[in-house]
Design a protein around this ligand. Sequence first.
Ligand SMILES: Nc1ncnc2c1ncn2[C@@H]1O[C@H](COP(=O)(O)OP(=O)(O)OP(=O)(O)O)[C@@H](O)[C@H]1O
Length: 493
Amino acid sequence: MTVLAVRGVTKSFGGARALTDVSVEFQAGEVHALMGMNGAGKSTLVQILSGALTPDAGQLRIDGHELPHLTPRRARKAGISTVPQRRELVMSLTVAENIMLGDLPTRRSVVRWRSVRAAAQRALDDLGIAIDAGAVAGDLTVAEQTMVEVAREVRRGGRVLILDEPTACLGPEAAAQIRELVRRLRDTGVAIVFISHHISEVLHLADRITVLRDGRVTWAGPAAHTDEKGLVRDMVGRDVVSRRPIRPARSPEVGISIRQLCDGRFLDRFDIDVRRGEIVAVLGPAGDAQSRLFDLLSGRRRPDSGTVTVGGRPVRPGRIGHSLASGLRCVTGDRRRLGLIPGLSIDENVMLAQDRLDRRRMHRWGLLARRAAPLRDGYRVVSLVRNPPVEQLSGGNQQKVLLAKWLGTEPSAVLLEDPTNGVDVAAMAEIHSLVDELAGRGVAVLLASSSAEEVMRLADRIVVVRDGRRRTEHRADRITRDELIAATLGGAL
Ligand SMILES: Nc1ncnc2c1ncn2[C@@H]1O[C@H](COP(=O)(O)OP(=O)(O)OP(=O)(O)O)[C@@H](O)[C@H]1O
């Protein structure tokens, strides 16, 4: 049964078309995946469905009734809920408070906290989510926070649930938990709109797929009627090949050396050496250790103890300037919060890390554009209008701006945290080639990733961390992906 129907929707931004004549129907009890390259128009469509954007033409119908002048409030009332990429929980409140926010049961204007807790726990239990409603939201893992948001939306009566890349940046186990929840929701009759760049995930999970390219539907049908190759062609318009290159022998010189690094429960006497020209990955079930490595190596945070040397020279802990001066570049996995400056254009963001460009020269726009051009072209940053503020770019293109910003500075060593987060298959292959080239130029690359596939594609060696400790080390050419996942989960090899 069709719950939500989109007919002939078109949307432009300042004269540039983001969506053209898009029609799609979402059925109750079905997982419907939206796929497409970065900038294809998926988020624009989702924002139209959730009432955040008004289409220039076309209509939306719920249960056959037209929904004119949709606003976020009306969409929610009609049962259309969105769980966006960025978690929207109040981290200092409990899970129960977050779930019940805006709908707190009261008696004579006094909140009945016991009822709050009980109702929230019921909402979680009904969906088979094993989380204590009394826990503080900020203490949950990212996957658990996503589940809490799902429970909240379903409790509020969501019949069409839009999940925007809910498994991005999650390790294999957490991603599997989210998929399990999606299946349970589907079985209760919710219509699920699922956005993901992971093709195998979509092929396993989705009942139906709609592919967008340049704002138009290029393929739509049951998931069983297509395959990986077909999807890539429909999304990209050509085949995409991404293979491990044969890299030249690595230099014996050590690029980055980490010794006995300790930081709270995240890192416990952690050691690693990355030689110049080598790619070493740190992989673990939860991304905690990986993002803590980013904080420590970039100098944002001082470790409890331990040393880091780059090119044989010690780096003073807790000092961003020292980290940069050592030739180390750390590319964050959290581009929205730590990576890019909203309000500044693509060119300004790309050039921010170039030390030769001081503040005064930043305002010579012609020069800025000329110097930024090779980087934005090299990293294939695509936008509808020339040089917009960076927040107007699609997610994957923002990621490319972030990589261009740091990798354009000729580093001697890099830490890359989830470098292809939110990036489409074609851009992923391009970014992987760029990382290969970096290593080929003798840069020491430390890869902090949550994706076993990515690690298998890029790394020479893989170090598995669990509970902050280095557990096992593997050569990428001597292990299979499944063995690696078992190793991250602590299973026997
Ligand atoms: N507010 C805006 N102003 C101007 N252009 C915009 C705005 N929002 C989106 N766009 C443009 O519309 C196009 C479609 O973007 P959209 O975010 O829908 O892509 P997407 O398919 O979700 O991509 P991704 O996979 O990277 O998230 C992009 O070229 C983007 O730059």
